[in-house]
Design a binder for this molecule. Structure first.
Ligand SMILES: O=P(O)(O)OC[C@H]1O[C@H](O)[C@H](O)[C@@H](O)[C@@H]1O
Length: 292
């Protein structure tokens, strides 16, 4: 579910082009394999609709974006924000911005490799975001799947502890009537109960606000009753599931507030990555739909 203004820009796009939306530069594609929109602020995928989607709705994209994003330099709520090099408030000194600087930074498109069936895009930050770590992202889209990689290279001298997330906002019919399959039996930290340690009994049914970090490297299926999205991942032993319930953030109008659920491939306080000089870490997610 994307804002009408973004929908209109995609409808007017044939092939690929750059446009301005909400004060940010976007890269758009409307191709035979599907539609893709990426914000250069944060290298953030905002929209993906594969050509194979069978849903009758014209706006059946897999991701959700708020129609009222914060002004720049605020982050856009929606799509797949890159949280790097830490998740939430886990910065080394506890003072850094929530979810790290990458999602608000300017990124540039370094390469776009097109082929008959899809596209692969490479982005890197326009400026330096960390003293020793350098991130880049690779986004692949085709008629059946969306794949996002966040790669971190250590180019410094001393080991660095990092965390992060592909903070995906999935479009759903009603967040309070969703099921996330694949977490049964997993241990989790309940952020709404002071990080209490719990164990998931049976499959997760969402009925209201929740904010949990599951210890899991498994793929999950998000079922909203009309669509089953399969969310696989790599380099991640934490799966974050978040919805604010009725206590919506300021940038989220009430009429669209239940139309997303965050299911995030993450590394967190449960599984921080210690990266040594010369090493790389890959955090990735692959999203497919069982109906296509
Ligand atoms: O509002 P944001 O900074 O984008 O964060 C949104 C949410 O992100 C994650 O899912 C965290 O677990 C939540 O605690 C947080 O509220």
């Amino acid at each position: 579910m994307i804002p009408e203004s973004l929908r209109a820009l995609l409808d007017e796009t044939q092939g690929q082009r750059r446009v301005e939306w909400a004060g940010r530069e976007l890269w758009l594609a409307n191709e035979s394999w599907g539609e893709l929109a990426i914000s250069l602020q944060g290298a953030q995928v905002l929209h993906f609709l594969p050509a194979s989607a069978t849903s009758p709705s014209a706006d059946a994209g897999w991701l959700w974006v708020t129609p009222t994003p914060q002004d720049v330099p605020g982050a856009i709520r929606g799509g797949i924000p890159l949280c790097w090099p830490w998740f939430a408030d886990e910065s080394p000194d506890g003072q850094g911005p929530m979810h790290g600087p990458a999602r608000k930074a300017d990124w540039r498109l370094d390469a776009a490799d097109e082929h008959e069936e899809g596209i692969e895009l490479h982005f890197s930050p326009a400026g330096r975001l960390h003293e020793q770590l350098v991130p880049r992202t690779v986004i692949q889209a085709n008629a059946k799947r969306l794949h996002v990689e966040l790669i971190t290279e250590h180019r410094g001298e001393t080991p660095v502890k990092m965390s992060g997330a592909l903070h995906s906002y999935f479009a759903v019919a009603d967040a309070h009537r969703c099921r996330v399959e694949g977490l049964a039996g997993a241990r989790y930290l309940d952020k709404r109960q002071g990080f209490a340690e719990c164990v998931q009994q049976g499959e997760l049914g969402i009925r209201g606000a929740l904010d949990r970090i599951y210890e899991s490297n498994r793929e999950v299926v998000l079922d909203d009753g009309s669509r089953r999205l399969r969310i696989a991942k790599q380099g991640s032993d934490s799966t974050v599931v978040w919805h604010p319930g009725d206590d919506l953030p300021n940038d989220t109008p009430v009429e669209v507030g239940r139309r997303f659920l965050c299911v995030e491939a993450a590394t967190t306080r449960l599984d921080p990555v210690w990266l040594v000089p010369g090493a790389q870490h890959l955090l990735a997610t692959t999203i497919t739909c069982e109906d296509v």
